[in-house]
Design a protein. Structure first.
Length: 258
């Protein structure tokens, strides 16, 4: 198992932890499948009324797709099979609130998860960045999710600057990506406090409010996401070129914090 799931039936809160600390909680195909399954399971679980999503350790919340994953693609320039497309709670039709607790680096495919959480509580030591362009890859889904959550200029800068810059937790809070900052040791308690509050309210009212909030932007979001496969197919460098660029610009080196 690459996820750790803990339920507290008394409070109605489940904690889902990405449990691949040795890989900076990068998502492989097994993790993707487990995430899809757990959101579907929670839909019909009466003892789960709110969820906290976090990563193991302190170095990373999630660093996106595991670079070792091989995903066979259809022989067509008009379609791309994205292994992360169904990892988010909304993709799994879960309308119970999800609070993300970000405890380190959050980059690349992590935004599939953060983009579908209700709100984010961040460690003061966390950082946020999108490395795609530095590796010759189109930031499509990630850019769309971030453009839904933060000012356009900030989303554009993060998506385009690749590995050259990271958003500090403080800056992420200032632009509205993060709703609360906590010291690292207090991150999970802060997220649990919020989730327990949500779980303590009548779940029908909470889920209806979640659905109403998402309906305000869902049409534009779905239209934008529909363009992503074609943009990726057209703009991504060949896999061998991506590997070459990755070796030259590994995450964690040569960046500026802002």
């Amino acid at each position: 198992m690459t996820l750790r799931v803990e339920r507290d039936g008394d409070s109605g809160v489940a904690v889902v932890t990405l449990d691949r600390e040795h890989r900076h909680n990068a998502i492989d195909l097994a993790t993707a499948g487990e995430l899809t399954a757990v959101w579907r399971e929670f839909r019909t679980a009466p003892d789960v009324r709110a969820v906290v999503l976090t990563g193991s350790g302190t170095a990373a919340f999630c660093t996106g797709i595991d670079r070792g994953v091989q995903v066979p693609q259809p022989p067509s320039p008009y379609s791309v099979d994205d292994p992360l497309a169904a990892i988010g709670p909304k993709a799994g039709d879960l309308w119970k609130p999800v609070v993300a607790a970000v405890n380190g680096m959050a980059c690349g495919g992590a935004f599939y998860l953060l983009g579908e959480a209700e709100f984010i509580i961040s460690s003061s030591a966390a950082t946020y960045f999108d490395p795609h362009t530095a590796y010759g890859m189109v930031s499509a889904y990630e850019a769309v999710y971030m453009a839904q959550r933060i000012p356009f200029g900030e989303a554009a800068r993060m998506s385009l600057m690749g590995t050259a810059e990271r958003l500090s937790a403080q800056r992420a809070y200032e632009i509205g990506l993060v709703s609360e900052l906590a010291e690292p040791a207090q991150l999970l308690p802060a997220a649990l406090r919020a989730a327990r509050t949500l779980a303590g309210f009548p779940t029908e009212a909470v889920q209806g409010t979640v659905r109403a909030l998402w309906s305000a932007k869902q049409a534009a979001l779905q239209q934008a996401l529909a363009q992503a496969p074609a943009l990726i197919a057209l703009g991504n460098a060949a896999p061998e070129r991506q590997a070459e660029l990755f070796g030259a610009r590994r995450p964690g080196t040569d960046f500026r914090l802002r």
